[in-house]
Write a protein of this length. Sequence first.
Length: 460
Amino acid sequence: GPGTQVDETRRGRFTSRRVFILAAIGSAVGLGNIWRFPYVAYENGGGAFILPYLVALLTAGIPFLLLDYGLGHRFRGSAPLSFARARRRIETIGWWQVLLCFCIGVYYAAVLAWAVRYTFFSVNKAWGDDPETFFFDDFLHLGDPGVAMEFTPGVLVPLLVVWVALLVIMALGVQRGIGAVAMIFIPILVIAFIALVVQALLLPGSGGGLNALFTPEWAALAEPGVWGAAFGQIFFSLSIGFGVMITYASYVKRKTDMTGSAMAVGFANSGFELLAGIGVFAALGFMAQASGVAVADVASDGIGLAFVAFPAIINEAPAGALLGVLFFGSLVIAGLTSLISVIEVVISGVRDKFELSRLTATLSVVIPTAVISLVLFATTSGLYVLDIVDHFVNQFGILLVAVVSMLVLAWGVRLLPELIRQLNHHGSIPVGRAWQLLIGVVAPLALLYVLVRQFITDIG
Ligand code: PHE
């Protein structure tokens, strides 16, 4: 067959289904849950967003997760090798996913490094009275427009730490590296995050934030963009269409319930997302009340939320240092376990292709990626690159590769019946015609629609 590979036991495997599920949750729960979801929900109908979100989860999210699991479990390879073993001519889809993961890894590591630094900053509120100026000028050194590129030591050191940690974890392998980190840190993340949400809910004014988030704006359901946002959020958040879930599924024993696992991962991820929405908006409600403005005036997304709005909240809140350590600590853990999965896609792809040892593959992937990441993000050019890459990868890369792979697998090479047999073999939830219809018709149509709309908004 194509792409001979390192034999099964040497390739590495998770020792149990529990470890696999924790690692998959680790990949899914990331920056997307903590800083992307709350704002996306708020902007797209608030409480009413739950409906499109659930529709996207059930019609595209979980079905696609099953597709990834079926592929990895059936063909037992990295993304490129799994596609190649299915049909030789579709190996390219896997390499496309490897490329996406490489791009994501480069900038995800940078945000992780910022979060590491900000966890420590939280203790003495090192950002002072003006977190915005602090972040852009003092921390990222974007203040001086004359300097195009210059290393920023505040980012360089934590970013180096992130890459060294990653090198060690990845070299340790599937179970002792990826699995062990998930087993230790996912429970810690759950506890820290629940503590964060409780503390946020106890802040005065938190109720106002929750009202802002959950008040349903039913009219939003008539807007196509709202449905698009739901599908986009589900794909990024569940890490589907990146080869991550294919790769992880290739490391579980043959007799594993993959359909039940997909449900567990899908609902755990959404549960975490909902929790993040509650925690973030409770904190924003507090801030709005403390500064006498509307929640809309303090709400922001992404970088602005984490590195500008939250420090301001931490400055005002009772036991603010604790709130900060919990928030940034959660970002670090959630980000690390996602970054691990992204890099594993690249390492396993290269490893299977060139038949390398784990160590050689790890070194040859992590070192160049780290160097690029350091040059791009430990310098003053970082934020600009991040904006462009993030937009491109998220808006087009992911959804496009997802649509192509669904259409190719369903209609091009007609692989779904084989995957159905595979999934049903040890699965606890039967998969059949309905799934085939979702993967072959419903989900691709929904995603194509999202892509076209985004393209129109982009050029418009
Ligand atoms: N799912 C992760 C998040 O929500 C991001 C991610 C994307 C992880 C792609 C792995 C692969 O942040």
